[in-house]
Design a protein around this ligand. Structure first.
Ligand code: FAS
Ligand code: PHB
Length: 389
């Protein structure tokens, strides 16, 4: 088989890139090692920046998002028994869209199927070859047969544990990483959200987050030690713990119910440099990871795709390589600003016992300053809604 761009990974990065390419008449194939249902079974991001919303609209997969998504003009910080609202819309003129990654991915998959896009699921042992030559290709196994796809470019949209970044470890890659000493225990339940906007809580017992997927489905998180196992947490234990970490009126109002998903995710900050190796590009989680505190993971994948598509479109239209040559530097400039923001929000809102009482007092002072400074709130707001592409 031959295609122009071979995309490895059918998550948000691969699907958005694939649709942009198809809409521009650039032939592409997506390979994924699992099937559609497995991908849709993973519960992940919940907040979309305006840039991601505009990309979904641009590829023609945004209809349900506008019907079912929730526009949020702010979010709350809870700390020291107080609540402070960060007024996103008033401070930046921009809102965010609350619409789950699962639904966004479903919309993209349905649209790709409806527009004739080719995706090969359950592709085993996907391997990029000769990406430092003019004739790269990808092999994979399916139904006991090894297949080969010759292409011009390979888009590594295969996430943090994918094969693409692993394939360039001896090509001068530089990995930057910070692992946090805790995880997020998340629960999804068909109960109405406790508040109409998100609440991020800094509490002596640890961080908590009240998020949502719709007016009838809520997503909650609590910070837990890395040694915790999800099977050790009953639903009741989760509900009791998150209510301990919230202001009394919020805890009182919280509706609880059986979890439909419960999992623990580790937190790390990670960036690989560069993001391009010949005709192989690292996109989205394949190239970087942020702690979810700033809701940047999925949104960074969107801006990576925006930059890479601009380069590929220019290459196929004008045979120019300036855009693909600039991809890594353009993407990394925005990635590092989001990494900084996600790190800073994580350091501000979580309990770090190793930092002792002094660290706790510094957090409280920063939150107190934030609640009294429009300049500080504006800085947090413009990073949260997303810096320009
Ligand atoms: P993805 O990981 O989504 O997709 C990669 C795809 O590549 C997968 O379908 C995988 O099956 C496939 N793949 C992997 N290796 C392969 C191989 N060798 N061959 C073929 N295919 C391969 N972000 C937020 O903003 N908020 C959150 O709350 C949040 N929670 C998260 C929780 C978890 C547990 C994780 C892991 C991430 C979370 N994220 C969150 C970040 C997440 O939303 C990512 O940013 C987003 O999925 C990035 O999309 P992709 O780059 O497409 O990578
Ligand atoms: C979510 O709804 O999953 C979510 C929202 C905001 C975050 C992290 C996760 O910062």
């Amino acid at each position: 088989m031959r295609t122009q761009v071979c995309i490895i990974g059918s998550g948000p990065s691969g699907l958005i890139l694939g649709q942009l390419l198809s809409n521009a008449g650039i032939d592409n194939v997506i390979l994924d090692r699992v099937d559609r249902d497995y991908i849709l079974g993973r519960i992940r991001a919940g907040v979309l920046e305006v840039g991601a919303v505009e990309l979904l609209d641009r590829v023609g997969a945004g209809v349900r998002m506008h019907k079912e998504g929730l526009i949020h003009d702010g979010f709350e910080l809870s700390f020291s028994g107080r609540r402070h609202r960060i007024r996103l819309k008033e401070l930046t003129g921009t809102s965010v869209m609350v619409y789950g990654q699962t639904e966004l991915t479903r919309d993209l998959m349905d649209h790709r199927d409806a527009t004739g896009g080719k995706t090969i699921y359950d592709a085993a042992n996907v391997t990029p070859h000769d990406f430092d030559s003019a004739k790269p290709y990808v092999t994979y196994e399916k139904d006991g047969v090894t297949h080969r796809i010759d292409c011009d470019f390979i888009a590594g949209c295969d996430g943090y544990h994918g094969v693409c970044r692993a394939s360039v470890q001896d090509k001068g890659i530089q990995n930057y990483e910070k692992v946090y000493p805790f995880g997020w225990l998340g629960i999804l339940a068909d109960v109405p959200p406790v508040h109409h906007e998100l609440i991020y809580a800094n509490h002596a017992r640890g961080f908590a987050l009240c998020s949502q997927r719709s007016l009838t489905r809520s997503r909650y998180y609590v910070q837990v030690p890395l040694t915790d196992k999800v099977e050790e947490w009953s639903d009741d234990a989760f509900w009791d713990e998150i209510r301990r970490r919230l202001p009394a009126d919020v805890a009182e109002a919280m509706q609880t119910g059986p979890s439909i998903e419960k999992s623990i995710a580790p937190l790390r900050s990670f960036v690989a440099e560069p993001l391009r190796f010949g005709s192989l590009f690292l996109v989205g989680d394949a190239g970087h990871i942020v702690p979810p505190t700033g809701a940047k993971g999925l949104n960074l994948a969107a801006s990576d795709v925006h930059y890479l598509f601009e380069g590929l479109q220019e290459f196929y239209a004008d045979k120019k390589t300036a855009g693909v040559d600039a991809y890594s530097q353009r993407a990394l400039s925005r990635i590092w600003k989001a990494e900084r923001f996600s790190w800073s929000m994580t350091m501000l809102m979580h309990r770090f016992p190793a930092e002792g009482e002094f660290g706790q007092k510094v957090q409280e002072a920063e939150l107190d300053y934030l609640s009294s400074s429009t300049a500080a709130q504006t800085s947090m707001a413009e990073n949260y809604v997303g810096l320009p592409y």
